[in-house]
Design a protein around this ligand. Structure first.
Ligand SMILES: C[S@@+](CC[C@H](N)C(=O)[O-])C[C@H]1O[C@@H](n2cnc3c(N)ncnc32)[C@H](O)[C@@H]1O
Length: 507
């Protein structure tokens, strides 16, 4: 499984093989920022000598969520004059070094690194102490230097190593999973096709305690023999060992926020007979967060669960044995997860995105605001937005410009399929229709940086220069565009702007 992510690198997300929009959009990033800011305030109420908290994102994948969360946190803390709590350092990590090297090249992340807000590390959740921080060449413990830690685990605990057990008639059994590979074995080991061709078989043997020889793990495992009647379940052994280590590193001051498909209550495990593995590029499972909650309970901690939690994607928080009442964290969790949480928001957003036509400007502005200015929402509402930008009056145009500028701030380039993912080009077109040629130029240049030169982008750059009165520069871009599409002669460029616009609009 790790091989799959190492080999695919950022393509796992930019090609759309691994679902990530639900766990990496601006809405969920803002929800996390609310919760973490509440936590930071609580930490300083308990101990005002804490100057900094370390945020460790596990399995950060594309890096989009980390980018959005770090920005949203800066807005609420460092850039907020009224904020008085500790600052934060954001450590974005993944087991796949291919992802980490992509982050280092990303212009949006580079900015955060240069500001001293973010660092990267190749980190295997199973072996966190061997991680080396990319820029400062420190170990995880040196990097943290005893501060409280916030762990972020979106869609990652499910891809770690789990053990499987069953309970029948009050007896706990270890379930050993065998893998059968299909007769037509695909060529690439670790490919999506290999995972799809796998079948699983299992055998059960009675568990004898001590099983792990680690008292905390054994105690949680043993508790299932008396609380479940009949079930097969996963035990998140890697996740629990990782939490143990972070607990030691932070003096027991740890908050973990998880968004995943999970069982959080024992009654959700009762009666389950399968392991519910799903192929998502590699494969994933519904994680047993009930075991994490039991572990947290045994350590005197607190678990925050959304009122309407189901085994579908949802957001949970686990606070390890702090002193203090943590009211800010509780309030923030209620607002950010119980009210209209990331899971419910996404259920609405995904549906709205399938009905993209005919929105009024007011509806578009409202929905952009609700989404916390999601760039991919703009992509889905392309036709309505282009029309609104054409028809807006001065006031409407300024409001749209302001909303789209926020969208642009959230944009995170990761390449992939140009037709589906070139948000920069679309924003450039929208800004041009709103008569903001400088902003358009910025977007068109970013589009070329991300996806390479393209006739339509070059022509649009030419048009922007023309609107700025720089005709020589404009002509040179028209010529460049004509080299890529000789059927559109450059010399006609300046006199044919309206036609060019039509050609571009019909792409
Ligand atoms: C399903 S993706 C989730 C990515 C991202 N968090 C999101 O929500 O889009 C799982 C990520 O976990 C990483 N991963 C897999 N095994 C890991 C391990 N043992 N330690 C750390 N990361 C791991 C993969 O490389 C991949 O980036």
């Amino acid at each position: 499984m790790v091989d799959y992510y190492r080999r695919q690198g950022i393509k796992a997300w930019s090609n759309g093989e691994v679902p990530f929009r639900i766990s990496s959009n601006p809405y969920i990033a803002n929800a996390y920022a609310e919760i973490i800011t509440g936590y930071l305030r609580d930490v300083s109420n308990v101990d005002d000598s804490v100057r900094s908290v370390t945020i460790i994102e596990l399995g950060a994948g594309s890096g989009q969520f980390g980018y959005l969360l770090a920005r949203a946190l800066v807005e609420r803390t460092i850039a907020n004059a009224a904020y008085k709590g500790p600052s934060f350092k954001y450590l974005m990590t993944d087991v796949a070094d291919s992802n980490v090297s992509e982050w280092a090249k990303n212009p949006r992340l580079r900015f955060l690194v240069e500001q001293g807000i973010m660092e990267f590390a190749v980190l295997d959740v199973a072996d966190p102490y061997s991680a080396m921080i990319a820029v400062s060449r420190r170990s995880l413990e040196q990097f943290n230097s005893g501060n409280p830690v916030v762990v972020i685990a979106n869609y990652v605990l499910d891809v770690l190593v789990h053990d499987a057990f069953s309970v029948r008639d009050g007896k706990l059994n270890e379930v050993r999973i065998g893998v059968e590979i299909g007769k037509k074995m695909p060529e690439i080991i670790g490919s999506k096709e290999v995972f799809e061709s796998l079948a699983f078989n299992r055998t059960a043997t009675p568990v004898k305690f001590p099983y792990y020889n680690e008292p905390d793990l054994d105690s949680v495992l043993k508790s299932y023999s008396t609380t479940l009647r009949s079930a097969t379940f996963l035990f998140p052994v890697s996740a629990l060992r990782f939490m143990e280590k972070v607990g030691q590193m932070s003096g027991g001051r740890m908050l973990m926020i998880v968004s995943d498909k999970a069982y959080i209550r024992t009654d959700q495990l009762e009666g389950q007979n399968g392991l519910n593995l799903a192929v998502t590029g590699s494969f994933s499972a519904i994680i047993n967060l009930d075991a994490v909650a039991r572990w947290i309970g045994e350590h005197g901690g607190v678990v925050k669960v959304p009122d309407s939690a189901s085994s579908h994607f949802d957001t949970y928080a686990f606070l390890l044995r702090h002193t203090g009442d943590f009211v800010n964290l509780s309030d923030a969790f209620s607002r950010a997860v119980d009210d209209l949480g990331p899971a419910s928001y996404w259920a609405v957003a995904e549906n709205v995105m399938h009905h993209t036509g005919g929105f009024t400007l007011r509806a578009l502005l409202g929905f952009l605001k609700l989404s916390c200015y999601d760039p991919y929402l703009v992509m889905a509402m392309k036709e309505s937005l282009l029309q609104a930008a054409n028809e807006a009056d001065v006031e409407g145009g300024e409001r749209l410009y302001s909303a789209l500028s926020k969208v642009w701030g959230n944009y995170y380039p990761m390449g992939g399929n140009r037709a589906r993912r070139d948000v920069a080009f679309l924003l450039g077109r929208l800004f041009r229709r709103l008569r903001k040629p400088e902003r358009s130029l910025e977007c068109f240049r970013a589009s070329m940086e991300e996806f390479g030169a393209h006739c339509s982008v070059l022509r649009n750059i030419g048009i922007c220069y023309e609107e700025l009165g720089e005709k020589e520069e404009a002509l040179s871009y028209y010529r460049e565009a004509s080299r890529l599409r000789p059927d559109l002669p450059a010399e006609e460029g300046i006199t044919r702007l309206s036609q060019v616009d039509e050609i571009v609009a019909s792409r």
